[in-house]
Design a protein around this ligand. Structure first.
Ligand SMILES: NC(=O)c1ccc[n+]([C@@H]2O[C@H](COP(=O)([O-])OP(=O)(O)OC[C@H]3O[C@@H](n4cnc5c(N)ncnc54)[C@H](O)[C@@H]3O)[C@@H](O)[C@H]2O)c1
Length: 339
């Protein structure tokens, strides 16, 4: 929607594999319907990015002047059950997209959505302090969060983190080796009103969904004080647009909400209740997810130094409000549809 509002002719590829990974709750066809309804001239392809010939032919035909590659198997926890599919989509699919770009439009900026999981569980080795409702870094070196020079090596990533590392390194390599304007955005928690949050992926969206539907939310370990930084999809798109206007080669950025948009799960419960008026129903499971970060927020200083016109425009409160409103509308529609 953002790029359409900037005058771009938008072409989308999505095979709706989210429904394959997560079942009907992950189905994104409602988003496609909305794109078709609201973006004049929107063109969609249900191409699977694992289809090498299909991807090469499609990009050769479209020859886009910007590629934003966000298709992925996005779940940490899901990957172990589907290792081949996870790697084929995240690593091989990314290579297909890169090679298609190199063959047909090497001068076009190629933006890849990577993840902070490329840092594995190494952030958990940073000294932490326990506060009343959250963990925080107890090392002045990380006062502003985690920067792009943090090691991605020798830590536990989950199979998802490892397949995303493969894609991330390949995107950097196409930049350095072929001098293409590529960029990896190592996302924190990306979210917004249009996310189809499920338990295994989409933290804030799923948490607010549970609140609105009065479902039980399960907290896995770390006393519920684990911290995530949250960024609205519109701020993600705004950064991509800045990169498109002044592209660089083989760049890497930690794209999250940063320290100001960080919250713990316990704090998120409080904020969800504030916007919806409903209490949070939750249960504690005394076992953390494998490789899960205890505290992670992105250091945004490199992004702001390279692109001074960019900054976070949607604070946490506004993000909660938008997500709650969207789930309530979807719930009403669903209930009405079921009557
Ligand atoms: N949401 C987050 O918090 C977050 C955090 C860090 C990184 N990321 C990254 O951002 C990107 C987008 O994440 P998201 O949260 O929007 O996930 P998402 O699952 O909502 O979006 C990914 C889309 O890719 C599609 N897809 C999957 N496999 C495909 C295939 N083989 N061919 C074509 N389409 C396919 C899915 O159907 C889905 O619509 C991913 O690369 C993810 O790893 C997301």
């Amino acid at each position: 929607m953002f790029f359409a509002s900037q005058g771009f002719h938008v072409v989308g590829i999505d095979s709706n594999h989210r429904a394959v990974f997560f079942g009907p709750e992950g189905d994104t066809s409602w988003v496609l319907e909305r794109l078709r309804r609201e973006i004049p001239g929107y063109r969609h392809s249900a191409l699977d990015i694992r289809d090498r010939d299909g991807v090469l032919a499609f990009i050769a035909e479209v020859r886009p002047n910007l590629i934003v590659h966000t298709a992925a198997q996005p779940s940490h926890d899901r990957a172990a059950a589907i290792p081949f599919l996870d790697f084929e989509v995240n690593a091989l699919g990314t290579l297909h997209m890169l090679e298609a770009a190199r063959q047909s439009c090497p001068e076009s900026p190629f933006i890849h959505m990577s993840t902070n999981k490329v840092y594995g569980d190494k952030p958990n080795t940073i000294a932490l302090k326990e506060m009343a409702t959250r963990w925080d870094y107890d090392d002045p070196a990380y006062e502003n969060g985690i920067g792009e020079d943090f090691s991605i090596d020798q830590s536990k990533h989950s199979l998802f983190g490892a397949s995303k590392v493969a894609g991330d390194i390949m995107v950097q390599e196409y930049g350095r080796y072929f001098n293409m304007p590529t960029c990896c955005l190592r996302g924190g928690c990306l979210t917004g009103p249009n996310h189809s949050g499920v338990e295994l992926h989409g933290f804030l969206s799923y948490l607010v969904k549970c609140n609105v539907e009065q479902r039980e939310y399960r907290v896995y370990g770390y006393k519920g004080k684990q911290v995530r930084d949250n960024i609205h999809a519109e701020d993600v798109a705004r950064f991509m647009h800045e990169f498109w206007k002044a592209p660089r080669v083989a760049e890497v950025y930690n794209l999250g909400g940063g320290k100001d948009n960080a919250c713990s799960i316990l704090e998120a419960f409080e904020m969800a209740t504030q916007v919806s008026g409903y209490p949070m129903k939750w249960r504690y499971v005394d076992e953390n997810r494998i490789g899960d970060h205890i505290c992670y927020y992105s250091d945004l200083r490199k992004m702001k130094a390279h692109y001074p016109a960019w900054g976070i425009s949607k604070p946490l409160g506004a993000i909660f409000e938008e997500i709650a409103k969207s789930w309530m509308q979807r719930l009403i529609k669903h209930t009405a549809g079921g009557v």
